[in-house]
Design a protein around this ligand. Structure first.
Ligand SMILES: *Cc1c(COP(=O)(O)O)cnc(C)c1O
Length: 396
């Protein structure tokens, strides 16, 4: 099997599994208990928080543990909105191709009277700092822009956007779920006020994440109850997952240069190979992208059929995001970069793992080419394109 869906989730790394197992077996106390066995759990919690903070470039007090990326996005945005509302500022800037954890949260705020500006991300899938500058108003309380897109893998100029926000005195949040452990992130150097991350996207466990909020930003609770996480996120800490996340993050950050050097040429080989398929197109900028993420559109293809036939060949891939597959709507990300509906339906995302080999890349190229040719050979839609009854969207 070739697992090429690492943007959906990753295989846990042995260091994370080992840290979690040891924690579950030996350190199962409640960090809030006063006896020493509980305090041992508290120490492990503090230790993990410190190690995570060091990798992000912030202090431990600026870290809040959440149940994952979605919760961190929700809490960041609702908190900034509440702070803005107090000052009569109810305008938020984001982009059209954010994850639904951001977009649906913004829709909720829109219903509560906030005004939302969604910036265009262009055909290359990149928003510019100038666009952000032009969109900021007197009443803007938040800019939230993802670090790297989960479907097409393009990377945004986060440090520049952060600098504009600092200059204008507007809070800046980034959903860095796809970026952490895959590209270099440092909240201090990149002018980030709030950041969301999720462990299962960098070989840590599922169901655990972090909201970083710069000192002085008052967070609003989504979960009310006990005084855990300095009162900002109630509930007994998921200590095994937290120590697993710390181990996975350390490992990912330590090997990032090696990972990038190894994956980038393999990614580029995959892109070059898939471009040989007639009437295909890479989605998003060729270079400003994650080392492992490749997304293509193929004319005359249904993404779902493509995935099922690739599954028969032992390939795990994705079409659009997991949240949109299962529905018939084409991906909002592909629509945002200007792909027409009929080609947005024929998309394929391959997101490579750090253990991918050159032979795997050859097999991926060959398998996708075969499946695309086969599906086109039985497609009435493709026949119409061939006979000129319908116009092609891409050049051959
Ligand atoms: C996966 C993902 C999320 C959601 O994270 P969960 O931990 O699964 O809730 C949010 N944003 C992006 C960009 C993602 O890729």
């Amino acid at each position: 099997m070739i697992y090429a869906d690492n943007a959906a989730t990753t295989k846990m790394c042995p260091a994370a599994i080992q840290a979690m197992t040891a924690c579950m077996e030996q350190n199962y106390g409640n960090p809030s208990s006063l006896y020493s066995f509980g305090q041992q759990a508290r120490e492990a919690l503090d230790d993990a928080r410190g190690r995570i903070a060091a990798r992000l470039g912030c202090t431990p007090r600026e870290i809040t543990f959440t149940s994952g990326g979605s919760e961190a996005d929700n809490q960041a945005i609702f908190s900034a909105a509440k702070l803005g509302e107090k000052k009569g500022k109810k305008h938020i800037i984001s982009t059209a191709f954010e994850h639904h954890a951001v977009l649906h949260t913004l829709e909720r705020l829109q219903k509560q009277g906030f005004e939302i500006t969604l910036l265009d991300v262009h055909e290359n899938g990149i928003v510019t700092a100038q666009q952000v500058r032009d969109a900021i108003r007197e009443d803007t309380c938040l800019v939230t822009i993802m670090f790297a897109n989960n479907e097409i893998g393009t990377i945004q100029p986060i440090a520049e956007i952060g600098a504009v926000c600092r200059e204008k005195g507007v809070l800046f949040h980034t959903d860095a779920v796809q970026a952490i452990g895959h590209v270099k992130v440092n909240v201090a150097e990149q002018n980030i006020d709030m950041l969301s991350l999720s462990a299962h996207k960098f070989r840590g466990p599922k169901g655990i994440g972090v909201l970083y909020a710069k000192r002085g930003i008052l967070l609003d609770n989504l979960i009310n109850g006990g005084a855990q996480e300095r009162g900002k996120r109630a509930g007994t800490e998921n200590l095994p997952a937290i120590v697993g996340m710390a181990a996975a993050l350390e490992q990912a950050v330590a090997s990032i240069d090696e990972y990038t050097a190894r994956l980038t040429p393999l990614r580029d080989k995959l892109i070059a190979g898939l471009e040989q398929i007639p009437y295909s197109q890479l989605n998003g900028d060729r270079d400003t992208r994650l080392p492992g993420t490749v997304n293509f559109c193929f004319e005359g293809i249904e993404g779902e059929a493509l995935l099922l036939l690739l599954d028969d060949k032992g390939i795990c891939a994705s079409s659009g995001s997991a949240c949109t597959s299962g529905s018939l709507d084409p991906s909002h990300v592909l629509l945002a970069i200007g792909r027409p509906h009929e080609v947005a339906h024929g998309s394929l995302r391959l997101s490579l793992g750090d253990d991918v080999t050159e032979a795997d890349i050859d097999y991926l190229i060959q398998s996708v080419s075969e499946v695309v040719s086969y599906l086109r050979s039985i497609s009435p839609f493709w026949r119409d394109l061939q006979t000129g009854k319908r116009p092609h969207v891409f050049a051959k």
